[in-house]
Ligand binder design. Structure first.
Ligand SMILES: [Fe+2]
Length: 157
């Protein structure tokens, strides 16, 4: 995790600051910066648990319950071939799960509430090739639902 933050995310920022990038490289590095900047505040050493308030109601309305959201998002993360992200996003007032390949698109960055990084660098050092173990730990021990709830409120406003 420290390497992920200090080296990999820092590389995207350094590339943007260096400048002189092709349009494709600019989008790639910008996406890496945006998604990691959304990711870090949603991780907590005492995370997990459940959403509360309006976000809890949205989860129940759009997914049935938190377990179904968790299974949907982990399923999307496992189905993502190669590098990418599974995103819990707010789209048209509803919660959706979508996959962003590599770093996805600007539209995806704009609607993401909770990004789950499933590039190998996100889990390989700690868990080897076990992407599922990383996804389960993300939901069960790391997600700070208060941050996700605050983002959902801002999108509605
Ligand atoms: Fe990452």
């Amino acid at each position: 995790m420290t390497c992920h933050h200090d080296v990999l995310h820092a590389n995207y920022v350094a590339a943007l600051n260096r400048g002189g990038l092709t349009p494709e490289a600019y989008e790639y590095n910008l996406g890496g910066n945006v998604l990691h900047s959304l990711l870090w505040p949603t991780l907590s050493p005492v995370g997990g648990g459940r959403p509360v308030g309006e976000l809890a109601r949205m989860v129940d309305r759009d997914f049935g319950d938190l377990t179904h959201l968790r299974n949907t998002m982990i399923g999307a993360a496992l189905a993502c071939q190669g590098s990418g992200w599974a995103l819990l996003s707010s789209h048209g007032g509803r919660l959706i799960v979508e996959v962003a390949h590599n770093h996805g698109t600007r539209a995806q960055w704009g609607r993401a509430l909770l990004p789950l990084d499933v590039w190998e660098h996100a889990y390989y050092l700690d868990r080897g090739p076990n992407r599922r173990a990383w996804c389960e730990a993300f939901f069960d021990r790391l997600v700070d639902w208060r941050v996700v709830g605050a983002r959902a409120s801002m999108r509605r406003g």
